[in-house]
Design a protein. Sequence first.
Length: 133
Amino acid sequence: RVVRTYFLMYPDVCRNLQIEQRVEKLQSCAHAIFACSGDDIIVGFVFFYCNSDAQVGFITSIGKLSSAEIGVGMLLHMQYQEFISLQGMRSSCLEVEKTNVRALSFYRKLGYFVYDEKEHSLLMKKEIQGDSP
């Protein structure tokens, strides 16, 4: 399987915004990595931003578009972590719905821990300085 990585500019996506507002935010300042199959079909993505003041990368969305592509989420996270590490980020954060058991398990396997809780979601964090993706 051939996977190509593309870096584009996008920002964080807020839960309470309408789709038009989300698109506008995505076009302003965040980053994206896309995983593509050998025939250049997008099979996965991760949207994130880097807060250089706090030295934190924040994943706003990660997903795979094809059930046939095994390991896409792990590959995308590795690429994301490498990118934010090169940008000087020391940790990675994300927000996960409390009911998304599969995502919670995935992030825990990657070394994330819960550091805060909201009504419907958990905030997770992982230190990356000196860590391997």
